[in-house]
Design a protein around this ligand. Sequence first.
Ligand code: AMP
Length: 335
Amino acid sequence: MRPTGRLHLGHYTGALENWIEQQNLLQPDGSRAYETCFLIADYHNLTTSLDTGSIYENTIDMLVDWLAAGVDPEKSPVFRQSQVKEHAELFLIFAMLITTARLERNPTLKEQVRDLNMDSLVYGHLGYPVLQAADILLYKGNVVPVGEDQIPHVEITREIARKFNSQYQHPVIGDVFPEPAPKITKFSRLVGLDGKAKMSKSLGNTILLSDTPEETWAKMRNAVTDTQKVRRNDPGRPEVCLVYSYHQKFSKPEELSSIEQGCRSGALGCVDCKKMCAANISGELAPMLEKRRYYEARPDLVRQILHDGETKARRIAQATMTEVRQAMHLGEPAA
Ligand code: AMP
């Protein structure tokens, strides 16, 4: 995740919640199903903004949200791309294994260029998925939890892994890299409070994970609902209503049918419906707010967690790069 500061509900439903589920998933014998690594992609920020003035504060703000939501640094190292040099090194090698034509065909890039009205592209932005391939493969990731928009990037990662393995074989282990599979998140596109676009900080249509119940309600009051339901008793259409889509995510399954019926019959007004929705969202965020306060009061602990994560990540990354160099006959031959 790029360090863009405090996170919103879209980050939670589209990524974080899934990460934490994978982190905590156990096998029948009680062992962990996955080893998880969570990357703060600070170099990736440069593809769309050169302003790094607030990057440290944004990193810490995001990390506190991760910890508050349940990322457990004992289980999952958390680390910044810029602090593990091997990301840049593997990126350089991978950049030789893919053509510019292939990168220009990347549909996610085309969408970004269109959405951000970019009239030109920096070289590093074209190579974004190549850096991402290095981010994944340095840790020999088998499974990458992503939103739908990232599937093309995991495909590029798979192609690069295949290309490397077919070109270079390690004398002992053979293939250096696995071919990672994407694991698609269930809620990979949470619409923002304006009802128009994906929830996103730049559009100002967010509820933050750190919003208090009062702040959440103040934002929810102005959320767009079914435009055909004007007065309280007008029948509504939950299937087109943004607030109902939030209920589907944040309210209990047993509440949903009465909300749906109340909306359709007109018995449930939008204000009451929004109050319930805001309360349920705040209910889910309450334990995170408490944990956030804990970490906010302990900045040294947060810094230590990051440094420890970076030490662990470096160890893994260096071991992979040793194998890469041996497979490529760069430096000393393998013993
Ligand atoms: P970004 O801040 O764009 O790097 O996003 C970090 C992660 O959060 C990515 O996996 C995104 O797919 C996910 N994400 C961001 N906004 C949303 C949203 N509105 N709905 C679902 N997922 C989102």
